[in-house]
Write a protein that binds this ligand. Structure first.
Ligand code: URA
Length: 197
């Protein structure tokens, strides 16, 4: 039987696969609607997420809620998750081996949730999901068809906290996401497999 999102969350809560488990307070599994059509993928927990064990509850989360409200989306319609699940010591950025060790949790969440749209928020999430170094600034606003879902790259809400001049662009990305979702996009079958769809 296929694993549930709750079971993946439980594996994350007890994970000791990389040294970050020694310094974390709480690991941060994904959370939200288990039937969500849209998954938002952040970089990793900050201090508030580390304290609570929940994604997007700090300043970036407050800003995210503002953006969602502005376009008529609700947190409870979505699945919120991250590339890494533990806060590195001193709040430094996660290192490549830590990202590599943690990545299977995200891929498992995508496989089990089967969202229609996966939104990498920022370069780390985008590069992981496209399996090559990629720039959100180049790809934001485009829907990239993958095997099981569309990738819809967006600026990270925290970018607008660091640089308020980006707020308009972040808002634009959320408006475009809502428009894309409402268009009810359908993935085209790979050539030669049309009869399976
Ligand atoms: N909170 C998260 O859960 N993820 C981020 O990327 C930023 C803040």
């Amino acid at each position: 039987m296929e694993e549930t999102l709750g079971e993946i969350g439980q594996r994350i809560r007890v994970c000791k696969k990389c040294p970050l488990h020694e310094s974390r307070t709480k690991p941060v599994p994904g959370e939200g609607n288990p039937f969500a059509k849209v998954m938002l993928v952040g970089q990793g927990p900050g201090r508030n997420e580390d304290e609570t064990g929940r994604p997007f509850v700090g300043a970036a989360g407050v800003f995210l809620d503002r953006m969602l409200k502005a376009v008529g989306l609700k947190r409870r319609e979505l699945w919120l998750t991250n590339v890494t699940r533990c806060l590195p010591p001193g709040g430094r950025l996660p290192r490549a081996p830590e990202i590599k060790t943690c990545a299977p949790f995200l891929l498992d969440e995508i496989r089990v949730l089967r969202p229609k749209i996966v939104c990498p928020l920022g370069n780390k999430a985008l590069s992981l999901l496209l399996r090559k170094p990629s720039q959100i600034q180049r790809l934001r606003g485009t829907a990239i068809p993958m095997e099981t879902h569309f990738l819809f790259p967006m600026l990270h809400p925290a970018a607008a906290i660091r640089n308020p001049a980006l707020e308009e662009k972040v808002m634009e990305d959320f408006k475009n996401l809502k428009r894309f979702l409402d268009s009810d996009p359908v993935l085209k079958p790979p050539p030669g497999q049309e009869s399976l769809f």
